[in-house]
Design a protein around this ligand. Structure first.
Ligand code: KG4
Ligand code: ZN
Length: 352
């Protein structure tokens, strides 16, 4: 069963064809990053306009690369939530029109569940997963808008154990990078810079979130503020320091910030491992590409940590097609009246 998956929730205009929920036949991601980089953040109006302009060619390319005519597609899946509303509407409406015109089953899927599904797509010629993760496992969903530790019982069965009480981890990477002028988007820029830095150069604070209802929760605003305040001290000294010295310390800032950001995630995650006794951890979302996070978890004895290949951590259509296949195979269908939504309540932890 070949599913066309369409993703347009933020600044990637993406389409892919995936066979039987696993094998990626094509995966086209047209990034708008250069168009938003000048503003150092995603401009929603620009994003939806560009999706409208690009979506037809992106889908066409996905079909071509898969060696398929539209008649070779058995079903269509698209992201319906969460994301930028104007952007979501473009991919969702295109997918509905495609399905309607060819009389194909259509399914609207959740972007976050799709990120968690991405690790099951590793069955590609370059990356063969020996054994796909078995349910239940712990999910570590880390992106620009979300930081969630959850119990995953099925492709559509997720219980949120902990989430950020303020900023998302990707958001902290992006904001720190913006303040220091490291580049946009910030995650990959800091990851690269940090490789040459000293993780112990700066001692940034960890949040005190381990009691009661916050046992698995996360917080990034304290870390973000501390790292940004460091810049003010840095600037005060910059007049006397030579440029080379400033550059070296930037790398140390990146490394120390990144290590603390990862430690915040791991402290809550390990509490969840201890309490649930689930030892398989599946990562997903843009921050799951982070080399420090991957290395820290890989070195942990007694845990099986599964991450999608870095190119499937960020937004893509393959994860949408893969997850869509699971629903369609079960017989689920979305009506062509399905609507987009900026947020999903199910991914917010409910406090008593
Ligand atoms: O999943 P994603 O592509 O979009 C959302 O659904 O939000 O995640 C984007 C986020 C951005 O905040 C970006 O800075 C971060 O993922 N990111 C990284 C890395 N690559 C992307 N963060 C840390 N390390 C990376 N290597
Ligand atoms: Zn995403």
């Amino acid at each position: 069963m070949k599913i066309l998956g369409i993703e347009s929730s933020c600044d990637e205009c993406a389409a892919a064809v995936v066979e039987d929920g696993k094998r990626i036949l094509s995966n086209v991601v047209a990034t708008q990053i250069p168009f938003h980089a000048v503003y150092e953040g995603v401009v929603p109006e620009i994003a939806s306009r560009m999706h409208t302009e690009w979506i037809y060619r992106v889908v066409q390319e996905a079909l071509q690369k898969a060696g398929l005519h539209p008649a070779g597609i058995d079903g269509v899946a698209a992201t319906a939530h969460p994301g930028l509303l104007g952007s979501l509407l473009v991919g969702l409406s295109f997918a509905k029109a495609f399905a309607w015109s060819r009389n194909l089953p259509f399914i609207a899927v959740d972007h976050l569940l799709a990120h968690l599904y991405a690790s099951q797509l590793a069955e590609t010629p370059e990356n063969t997963l020996s054994e796909p993760p078995e349910y239940p496992f712990l999910g570590l969903l880390v992106s620009g808008g979300h930081s969630i530790i959850c119990r995953v019982d099925d492709f559509d069965g997720v219980t949120v154990l902990g989430t950020t009480i303020d900023d998302a981890v990707g958001e902290a990477f992006d904001k720190v990078s913006k303040h220091y002028g490291f580049g946009y988007p910030g995650g990959a820029a800091i990851d690269t810079l940090a490789r040459k830095g000293d993780t112990h150069a700066f001692n940034f604070p960890l949040p005190n979130l381990y009691k009661g209802e916050h046992r698995y929760d996360l917080s990034y605003s304290g870390l973000k503020t501390a790292v940004i305040n460091q810049l003010e001290q840095f600037r005060a000294k910059k007049g006397t320091a030579n440029q080379e010295a400033v550059k070296i310390r930037s790398e140390d800032i990146a490394a120390s910030f990144q290590k603390t950001a990862v430690d915040i995630l791991l402290r809550s995650l390990f509490r969840a491992v201890d309490d649930t006794r689930l030892t398989t951890i599946v990562g997903g979302g843009g921050v799951a590409a982070n080399s420090c996070l991957r290395a820290c978890l890989a070195g942990h004895q007694g845990l099986r940590c599964i991450f999608p290949p870095p190119e499937l951590c960020g937004d893509n259509g393959a994860m949408i097609a893969g997850l869509g296949y699971r629903y369609l195979k079960r017989g689920d269908r979305s009506p062509l009246t399905a609507v987009a939504s900026a947020r999903v309540k199910a991914f917010k932890r409910r406090y008593p």
